[in-house]
Design a protein around this ligand. Structure first.
Ligand code: AP5
Length: 222
C-alpha cells in the first residue's frame, strides 16, 4: 500500500526500460501501470476501429495522432483505480499531450506530478529493442534474447504463465530508427517542458533492472 498519492510519468527513449520499470514501480506503489502502447496494441489485436487506425502508424514507428491518444488517456485516468495514483508509461509524448494531461489532472484535482526521465545510451537502446521478446499471455513479460532460452516462439518462462514469446512488429531495424528519430523531434522537448516546471528527475537507466528500480523508487519518493 502506498504511503501517499503518487502520480508518476516515466519518460525516456524507446527501449529505455519504461515498461520494465513501470511494472516494478506500479507494484511497489500499488498503483495501476498505464501504457498507451499496450492499450493501442490491445486495440490492434482486437481489430477495433482504433486499432485499425493505429496499426499503420505503429508499424512504421510514427506516433498515433494526439487526439486519439489523448482520448484514451482521459478515459483511463478517470477510472476509479487511478484515484490514489498511477504510473504512466509512453504518455505524454508530445507537448500537446503534456498540455492535455495537465488539464485532465487539474479537472480531476490531482497533484503533484513526478516525471522520471530514464537516460540510456543510443547504442544500448538499439541493442535492447532489436533483441526484445514479449509474452503474449496474461503476464505480459518483457525479455531479451541475451537471457537464457529467450527466443520467438519459446514458452514464456514466468511461473504459471502459458504464453508464448514474440517480437513486436516495430522492433525491426527500420522502425527502430524511425522511433528514435520521432523521439528526438517530438518527445525529447518534454524534458525541458517538465524541467522548467520543477517536476523532472533524471535517473540513469543502465545497469541491472533491480538497481534501476531502486533509483526510480528513491526519485519518486523524493
Ligand atoms: P510504446 O509501446 O510506448 O513503445 P516505446 O516508447 O517505443 O517504448 P518501448 O516499449 O519500445 O520500450 P520501453 O522503454 O518500454 O522498454 P522495455 O522496458 O520494453 O509505443 C509503441 C508505439 O505506440 C509508438 O511508436 C506509437 O506509434 C504508439 N504510441 C504509444 N503511445 C503513444 C502516445 N502517447 N502518442 C502517440 N503514439 C503512441 O525494455 C526494452 C528491452 O530492454 C527489453 O528487451 C528489456 O528486457 C530490456 N531491458 C530493460 N531494462 C534493461 C536493463 N536495465 N538492462 C538491460 N536490458 C534492459
Amino acid at each position: 500500500m502506498a504511503d501517499r498519492e503518487y502520480n508518476v510519468i516515466l519518460l525516456g527513449a524507446p527501449g529505455a526500460g519504461k515498461g520494465t520499470q513501470a511494472k516494478m514501480l506500479a507494484a511497489q506503489l500499488s498503483a495501476p501501470h498505464i501504457s498507451t502502447g499496450d492499450i493501442l496494441r490491445g486495440a490492434v489485436a482486437d481489430g477495433t476501429e482504433l486499432g485499425q487506425t493505429a496499426k499503420g502508424y505503429m508499424d512504421c514507428g510514427e506516433l498515433v495522432p494526439d487526439d486519439l491518444v489523448i482520448a484514451i488517456a482521459r478515459e483511463r485516468l478517470a477510472q476509479s483505480d487511478c484515484e490514489t495514483g498511477f504510473v504512466l508509461d509512453g504518455f505524454p509524448r508530445t507537448v500537446e499531450q503534456a498540455e492535455a494531461l495537465g488539464e485532465m489532472l487539474d479537472d480531476l484535482g490531482r497533484e503533484p506530478l513526478i516525471v522520471v526521465n530514464l537516460t540510456v545510451d543510443e547504442d544500448e537502446i538499439v541493442r535492447r529493442l532489436s533483441g526484445r521478446r514479449l509474452c503474449n499471455g496474461d503476464c505480459g513479460g518483457i525479455y531479451h534474447v541475451d537471457q537464457e532460452d529467450i527466443e520467438s516462439g519459446a514458452a514464456c518462462p514466468a511461473e504459471g504463465c502459458d504464453g508464448q514469446l514474440y517480437q513486436r512488429s516495430d522492433d525491426q531495424a527500420e522502425a527502430i530508427r524511425e522511433r528514435l528519430d520521432v523521439y528526438k523531434r517530438q518527445t525529447q522537448p518534454l524534458i525541458d517542458y517538465y524541467g522548467q516546471r520543477g517536476v523532472l528527475v533524471n535517473v540513469p537507466g543502465e545497469g541491472e533492472p533491480q538497481s534501476i528500480a531502486g533509483r526510480v523508487l528513491q526519485a519518486v519518493r523524493g
